[in-house]
Design a protein around this ligand. Structure first.
Ligand code: SF4
Length: 488
């Protein structure tokens, strides 16, 4: 049994009152405590063992902490026999108890919607990990990577978990068939494996000796360059990483990267910041993946706040996963268009460091497929036509070679391919307005200084069109004349 698999020993003493207002501040937000635990001494609160011993593990406990309708209680009461609930007081305190649609509550508290699967599309093992498993517990899908599922335990059970069959489902983990030695041996025998993802469940819930076994075994394999520890502990139980010995153990490998999982800006707390900082200072890169979840982060404002908050604590957004079609998680799934809409609002609007790759994990074990808005509008032999986040459409010539297309009179996007135009700028473009304003300022300055000609080309008296100059092409004179004549 995992160290984390301990039963609750403390029932909340009283039904809590509403805590302080729950407006979301810019992350990292202020520390929070639910009323039920407001008198717990800091020393205990900061002890991960206390957090796990006092985790909310039953519907009976839940109903003393937040409100449910009778109908909800009836359904989630039945679901309890099938799926586990574990929510440490720390993570539970991030929930606004007055809001039934609170994004932290949606992720952690069972919902009657988990009993539904209207399309029948949702599956136990939507990524077919078990079919790509040469050794029980190990998935070998991509040539150079292997996934090791090392434990069914997590510090908090996410209601949308892709691996629900092993984590949330009671009795879903066949521990006898998961042979730790065979998994490490398999990696050692396959020299093509460079990157090992140690996941679960959550490997940071493993007893330290078991975690050390995996880290030592994998670190000693010369062809393994990267050991990724997939963990939600920085998000749901940061107290576990207050333990310097654990940080030292992870760092001792020299190959560990942390792959964590923040989904909402409110999860970026001072406590989470502290442990991410400790991991970074110990030399381990910290990357994040989020899952696009209806009601949690499926709007642009929330997603931007989450990604900016991650950058603020120096955690690199890596993937945004479309929610997998796992049984009981249908209510979390959005359209792909929603994901594209959000991605459209990121590129160009915020630092590229903060932009994750939006991916769909393909059915039939096809792996991650990136999806994004279309930036390539058209293409010809000589150039492609691209659009940027502002809607500016440009001709782009990737190679430095003479044009092969004989320019022909045409309009719009086609004129960009023909090379008779270089750019189409949308009306009211703010950047162009700024440029013009600056140019105007420069011109005013110049004229005050003695009436010399405007220095900015956009303010210069209209010139004959010079497409070749704009294009930067080295074309013959004849072509230049023709292009100039055709330019519209
Ligand atoms: S922490 Fe990860 S493995 Fe555990 S329930 Fe959440 S998503 Fe699943």
């Amino acid at each position: 049994m995992s160290e984390m698999e301990v039963s609750a020993t403390l029932e909340p003493a009283t039904v809590p009152q509403t805590p302080t207002a729950f407006e979301d501040d810019e992350p990292p937000s202020t520390p929070r405590r639910h009323q039920a635990w407001k008198n717990v001494p800091k020393k205990q609160w900061d002890d991960w063992r206390w957090q796990m011993q006092n985790a909310v593990r039953s519907v009976r406990q839940l109903r003393t902490l937040i409100e449910f309708s009778e109908e909800e209680l009836e359904v989630i009461g039945k679901l309890e026999a099938e799926y586990k609930v574990v929510i440490p007081p720390y993570y539970f305190s991030l929930i606004d108890p007055t809001n039934p649609k609170d994004p932290i509550r949606l992720q952690s508290v069972p919902s009657p919607l988990e009993a539904e699967n209207p399309s029948g599309y949702e599956l136990e093992d939507p990524l077919e990990e078990d079919k790509d498993s040469p050794v029980p517990g190990l998935t070998h899908r991509y040539p150079d990577r292997a996934l090791l599922v090392t434990t069914p335990a997590c510090s908090m059970y996410c209601r949308f978990c892709t691996r629900k069959r092993a984590t949330l489902t009671r009795g879903g983990w066949d521990s006898v068939s998961h042979d730790d030695h065979r998994m490490v041996e398999y990696v050692a025998k396959h020299s093509e494996i460079r990157d090992v993802i140690v996941s679960g469940g959550d490997p940071l819930t493993l007893p330290t000796s078991k975690l050390k076994f995996f880290l030592d075994g994998l670190s000693a394999i010369p062809h393994v360059d990267v050991i990724r520890i997939g963990t939600r502990v920085p998000v749901t139980l940061p107290q576990r990483l207050y333990d310097k010995d654990l940080i030292d153990l992870l760092a001792s490998s020299g190959k560990v990267w942390i792959q964590t999982h923040f989904n909402h800006p409110r999860e970026i707390t001072p406590e989470a910041k502290r442990v991410c900082n400790a991991l970074l200072r110990a030399g381990m890169p910290v990357n994040n993946h989020s899952v696009l979840l209806q009601g949690v982060n499926d709007d642009l404002g929330t997603m931007r706040s989450l990604l900016r908050g991650l950058l603020r604590i120096k955690v690199r957004p890596y993937y945004l996963f479309h929610c997998d079609p796992v049984i009981g998680a249908g209510h979390f799934r959005t359209s792909v268009w929603k994901g594209i809409e959000i991605m459209e609002g990121l590129r160009g609007h915020m630092s590229g460091l903060g932009i994750p790759t939006y991916v769909i994990d393909s059915p039939h074990g096809g792996g991650k497929i990136p999806v994004m808005p279309n930036y390539l509008i058209s293409a010809g032999d000589d150039a492609v036509v691209l659009r940027n986040f502002e809607g500016q459409i440009v001709r782009y010539q990737a190679q430095d070679k003479p044009a092969t297309t004989e320019p022909t009179f045409t309009r719009g996007v086609s004129s960009l391919l023909q090379g008779t135009r270089t750019v189409i700028i949308p009306e009211g473009n703010e950047r162009m307005a700024r440029r013009k304003q600056r140019a105007l300022g420069e011109a005013m300055g110049s004229s005050c200084g003695g009436g010399s000609a405007p220095s900015h080309p956009e303010l210069a008296p209209s010139q004959p069109k010079q497409p070749l100059l704009e294009l930067g092409l080295r074309n013959p004179v004849k072509r230049r004349r023709k292009v100039a004549a055709l330019a519209d």
